[in-house]
Design a protein around this ligand. Structure first.
Ligand code: NAD
Length: 325
């Protein structure tokens, strides 16, 4: 089997590729992988093995349709991770988000259609649903995105659906909650707080820290994507939750404890514009229909993630001070 992975040099995509090459994704053992990644500020070639007999790396942009039409033939499946992924950046400049996430995704689906790719998974996010005060979202919930990032991802979900419905593309969509784990850019909440703690720098907590997110280890997310790739139904959406709801303040406090610091390290800063209060997914469908269950206990995953950043300063130090981190 040949799988093409867009955005495979980023945080989640590279975890997917490394795990696949280690034969850690059931059903994809022995598969070869082509990674297509533009190596934006968020992509890093060093997140992948320098050389592997089953890995081909292509530096290129999903906005470049002729490139996709050249590259996609011969692949059995495409897993589409490539995106602009940081909400704060989308508040500063939404343009590249719309281009990459909406137009770029359309190119990916179009290239799949034209070159006869048999199976596609579009990796999306719980943020497309908006914000929910209580209860949780099923896949049937309307899309009410609030940030330009979430809106651009919602656009890509709708385009994906249209390619299934209009062209019969065998495509499924995953909508996952917040991921954490190794190799995540230091602009994101957990790596930012962990690396600040390691460097003895205060943790900037947005507003009162009451915003609730549901956290899932990247390894559980990647296993869910592989499961949907193998067994998901065309045109269907699968929520991937995890059930670990925590306020941002609770995350900060857990990390402070892991870092052996005290809560005076936490500094309240002006809140993010339009900051969604709470995300919560109902992921009964993927659990009941595909037999999915997350494996990584949150406290253990968080401690392992902290240890990874402590052990790998050479990976993250160059990112600090670049951009937002
Ligand atoms: P990331 O920002 O770490 O990685 C994105 C990758 O896409 C990078 O390697 C980047 O170089 C590449 N890329 C960006 N623009 C490109 C373009 N025009 N052409 C080709 N490659 C391009 O993001 P991530 O956190 O790994 O997220 C991956 C996917 O998962 C995204 O679609 C995101 O919306 C989704 N998602 C993320 C989370 C999360 O918590 N991080 C949760 C749910 C869903």
């Amino acid at each position: 089997m040949r799988v093409l992975v867009t955005g495979g040099a980023g945080f989640i995509g590279s975890h997917f590729v490394r795990t696949l090459l280690d034969d850690g994704l059931p059903g994809l053992e022995g598969a070869s992988v082509t990674v297509l990644d533009s190596l934006s500020y968020a992509g890093n070639r060093a997140n992948l093995p320098a050389a592997h007999p089953r890995l081909e790396f292509v530096r290129g942009d999903i906005l470049d349709l002729p490139l996709l039409l050249d590259l996609f033939p011969g692949h059995d499946a495409v897993v589409h991770f490539a995106a602009e992924s940081h909400v704060d950046r989308s508040i500063d400049d939404a343009n590249v988000f719309v281009r990459t996430n909406a137009e770029g995704s359309q190119n990916v689906f179009e290239a799949c259609r034209r070159t006869g790719v048999e199976r596609v998974v579009h990796v999306s996010t719980d943020e497309v649903y908006g914000s929910i005060d209580s209860g949780s979202w099923t896949e049937r919930e309307p899309l009410l995105p609030n940030s330009p990032y979430a809106a651009s991802k919602a656009a890509s979900d709708l385009i994906a659906r249209a390619y299934w419905r209009t062209h019969g593309l065998d495509l499924s969509i995953t909508r996952c909650s917040n991921n954490y784990g190794p190799y995540q850019h230091t602009e994101k909440l957990i790596p930012l707080f962990v690396t600040n703690l390691i460097e003895g720098v205060p943790l900037p907590l947005y507003g009162d820290g009451a915003n609730v997110r549901e956290w899932l280890h990247v390894d559980d997310h990647c296993r869910a994507i592989a499961l949907v790739l193998r067994e998901g139904a065309a045109g269907e959406v699968y929520n991937v939750g995890g059930g670990n709801e925590r306020t941002n303040r609770e995350i900060a406090e857990l990390l402070v404890e892991l870092g052996g610091a005290d809560t005076s390290a936490i500094r309240r800063v002006a809140d993010r514009l339009g900051h969604d209060l709470r995300y919560a997914l109902d992921d009964t469908k993927i659990r009941e229909e595909l037999g999915y269950a997350p494996r990584v206990p949150f406290e253990q995953g968080l401690a392992d993630t902290f240890a990874w950043y402590r052990d790998n300063p050479a990976w993250w130090k160059p990112l600090k001070g670049s951009g937002r981190a």
